[in-house]
Design a protein around this ligand. Structure first.
Ligand SMILES: Nc1ncnc2c1ncn2[C@@H]1O[C@H](COP(=O)(O)OP(=O)(O)OP(=O)(O)O)[C@@H](O)[C@H]1O
Length: 345
């Protein structure tokens, strides 16, 4: 998390707020008339249609007929470790202070997009969550979050202050090394290793990853297959032909997702539940339930019982991370955030 403030601006400027969730493919924006106000004017802009993030923001404000906001909070799909931002899966790169000054904001808060989504978890309405498998969330326990999209977002929400508050993790868990659990997975990883060297979880648990899984299976079979270039095509063909390579690619995707989500739950002690977000899994409908996802989530040897008790949910709904971006603006400045503490203090 990193923020820039205008000289003389107070810690909590009043006035309208711009909220954003900036992914490698889509930039989602929303508007709040002030703190605690409802989020309105949701709009998704394709990143590729704008040369810079600043241009996308200006296009959003113009198209919605909105005045200049007083402050903004933007979740973005890359590590946010200082003033310089460079997206992992898109070309945008900028200075946070430069963007704040260009937009005339009193305050600009940037945070990782999945840290923003983690902050939104306690506020999601029940209808935004679809359970996959059993388990009951332990109150005041850590929660884990994972989401395949253009890349693989990972975060968690840790209770602090006796559970009265929670703090989001800002890691890069999408880039952990992918492990095989079956002979078939091992062979698929070997194909991907020849291409990428390091095979991270994101190399399969993302839109491009789903397409790569399909091509890796074709390579293993020595088949040509049909021309597939997008994850939407894999989903479409898998739905039409249960015996197809596309269907096996989707099954591998769900299995790997269960396995990586189970590892994350073990690492964080996420007895508060594991949430699956991002742009791909909500499109799978009942397919995730019918897949090996939950079996693989629980298949951790002596810790099967521990994982069986943890619920897993798919997050539905439009731009849930915007809710978390709004909450981030209201967080107290913490010593763990030295940049923000220095500028506030
Ligand atoms: N109908 C569809 N079926 C399957 N995948 C799709 C479909 N439409 C888009 N996608 C894929 O979803 C991915 C984008 O997901 P998402 O909307 O989460 O993106 P994002 O927020 O820009 O990404 P990230 O935050 O991971 O950088 C792309 O790989 C895209 O090809």
């Amino acid at each position: 998390m990193h923020e820039a403030r205008a000289p003389g601006a107070g810690p909590q400027p009043a006035g309208p707020r711009l909220l954003g969730d900036i992914g490698g493919t889509n930039a989602r924006f929303g508007w709040q008339a002030g703190p605690q106000a409802a989020i309105t004017q949701l709009q998704v802009l394709p990143c590729l249609e704008h040369a810079r993030l600043e241009d996308a923001i200006r296009a959003y404000l113009h198209q919605q007929g909105l005045p200049p906001p007083a402050c903004a909070a933007l979740g973005i799909a890359n590590p946010v470790t200082g003033d310089a931002v460079k997206m992992t899966n898109h070309a945008w790169a900028f200075s946070i202070e430069g963007l704040r000054a260009a937009l005339g904001l009193d305050r600009l808060l940037m945070l990782n997009d999945f840290s923003a989504l983690a902050l939104a978890l306690p506020a999601l309405p029940p209808q935004a969550l679809r359970a996959v498998g059993g388990g009951t969330a332990a109150p005041d326990a850590p929660r884990a979050l994972i989401g395949p999209g253009t890349g693989l977002g990972v975060s968690g929400l840790l209770p602090v202050g006796g559970g009265a508050e929670a703090w989001p993790l800002s890691g890069e868990g999408g880039h952990v090394t992918l492990a095989a659990s079956t002979e078939r997975e091992f062979r698929v990883i070997q194909v991907l290793q020849a291409r990428y060297g390091h095979v991270s979880a994101e190399r399969v648990l993302s839109g491009p990853g789903l397409v790569d899984l399909y091509h890796a299976l074709l390579a293993l079979e020595g088949k040509r297959g049909i021309e597939i270039v997008s994850p939407a095509q894999v989903l479409e063909r898998a739905g039409e032909l249960p015996g197809s390579t596309a269907n096996e690619a989707l099954e591998l995707f769900c299995g790997f997702l269960g396995s990586v989500a189970g590892d994350l739950a073990l690492t964080l002690g996420a007895r508060g539940g594991v949430y699956v977000g991002g742009g791909i899994v909500p499109r799978l409908g009942e397919r995730l339930k019918a897949s090996t996802f939950r079996e693989r989530f629980e298949a951790k040897g002596r810790f099967r019982g521990y994982l069986q008790a943890i619920p897993t949910w798919v997050i539905d709904g439009a731009a849930p991370a915007l809710l978390g971006a709004a909450r981030a603006l209201d967080l107290p400045v913490r010593p763990a955030d030295p940049q923000a503490a220095a500028s506030a203090g």
